[in-house]
Design a binder for this molecule. Structure first.
Ligand code: SF4
Length: 384
């Protein structure tokens, strides 16, 4: 199965897997101590891009580009400049293109900020996570609050659109400390904030530490209460919630992420990168050597692909839609179903509204705060 190159995709994701350390909670395709492969990987990325886009027979128009990782802020300047040469050769950049790079404090120099601005990057997504150095050190994330301040103070002179990521539910962060953090964050020169729950992914270092009780996590109820407090606090301070984990000043919603949630097609390049052509999802090889060798030899580097069934499409629409401010329409949930199945879903909607788990405003369904806590149950009822 191959990416349908006649699909109209306006977004590109580029994966840069290199990291200066491996955080204990990390579930991503990320590699520490592999910097010696950066140069070769960069060449391979360019080849993967040019090989695929040449098949489209045109220069696709791009509205968003996202450099994710890994730690893309370790992409060396000369190589990044070269990457933009390739991108500009293969694509047309839309007038208002959003170009995001994920950035980790402690990995950024002033020179990099200048080069990023020069090449057209206009959005920084900064992995703050916490300002408690000790907590991050224990998670093997070697960054400090001072590095966060250095980055923010300098980045604001180059970029208007700054976003920060925070992790809610880290061990050894008290309720007061979390609230202090948010009270400080809303004073920063940022336009966007993503707040993720700490999730324990199987086979991460943290997973084993929690199993052995060497790390004790805060109680779920306490974390959920803090989430609601944070949501209200952020809204009071001008950050509107537009997705379960995402808050933005008006007009600064992430256009790249919105593209994912709207299930639009996108190209994705790099180790383990996942792409979507509108009908099929693909994942690249996750082994660095196999990935690089495959691209160099002109072989397929797709390790997984699937064509979505109508039921999967519906489930994705429900899952992604319910998490968003816009919600999901009844029509989108019922599309393609017979009258009996539609009647079942209509009954489920009535029941979920009575249980105050869903709201229905002119046919747009959204989760209530109580529904957020029971998200999986709601999705199950709407999709079965
Ligand atoms: S910096 Fe990000 S990608 Fe790298 S190891 Fe840590 S969480 Fe994973």
């Amino acid at each position: 199965m191959h990416f349908d190159t006649s699909a109209v995709a306006h977004s590109v994701y580029i994966h840069w897997p290199f990291c200066p350390y491996r955080c204990h909670f990390c579930p991503f395709v990320a590699l520490a101590s592999h910097d010696q492969f950066m140069g070769r990987y960069h060449e391979v990325l360019k080849k993967e891009i040019t090989d695929l886009i040449a098949k489209t027979g045109q220069k696709p128009l791009l509205k968003t580009i996202f450099f994710g990782g890994g730690t893309p802020s370790t992409y060396p300047n000369p190589l990044l400049l070269d990457m933009f040469g390739t991108l500009e050769g293969m694509f047309l950049f839309g007038k208002d293109i959003e170009i995001t790079i994920e950035v980790n404090p402690g990995t950024v120099s002033l020179d990099q900020l200048k080069v990023w601005k020069e090449v057209g990057i206009n959005r920084l997504s900064i992995g703050v996570q916490s300002l408690k150095d000790g907590v991050l050190q224990k998670m093997n994330r070697h960054q400090t609050a001072d590095q966060v301040y250095f980055l923010l103070n300098n980045a604001k002179d180059y970029f208007d659109n700054l976003s920060v990521d925070l992790i809610l539910g880290l061990p050894e962060v008290s309720e007061r400390e979390w609230k202090d953090l948010l009270e400080e964050v809303v004073t920063w020169p940022i336009k966007h904030l993503s707040m993720y729950f700490l999730t324990i992914h199987e086979n991460t270092q943290l997973y084993f530490q929690v199993k052995k009780n060497t790390v004790v996590l805060p109680a779920d109820d306490a974390v959920v209460d803090l989430y609601y407090w944070s949501r209200d606090f952020l809204q009071e301070h001008g950050f509107e919630q537009y997705e379960l984990s995402n808050f933005a000043k008006p007009g600064y919603e992430s256009r790249h992420n919105t593209m994912y949630w709207e299930r639009k097609p996108y190209y994705a390049f790099g180790l383990g990168a996942c792409s979507f052509d509108g009908m099929r999802r693909f994942q690249n090889e996750q082994n660095l050597m196999k990935y690089m060798h495959g691209v160099e030899q002109g072989k397929s580097i797709i390790s997984f692909s699937e064509e979505l069934t109508p039921q999967q499409v519906r489930l994705e629409r429900i899952m992604l839609g319910l998490r968003r401010r816009e919600g999901v329409t009844c029509e989108a949930i019922m599309e393609g179903l017979g009258s009996e199945a539609c009647a079942d879903i209509a009954r489920a909607i009535v029941q979920l509204r009575e249980q105050k788990l869903l709201t229905d405003a002119n046919g747009q369904l959204r989760l209530t705060p109580a529904g957020l806590a029971l998200e999986n149950q709601v999705i199950m009822q709407l999709s079965s």
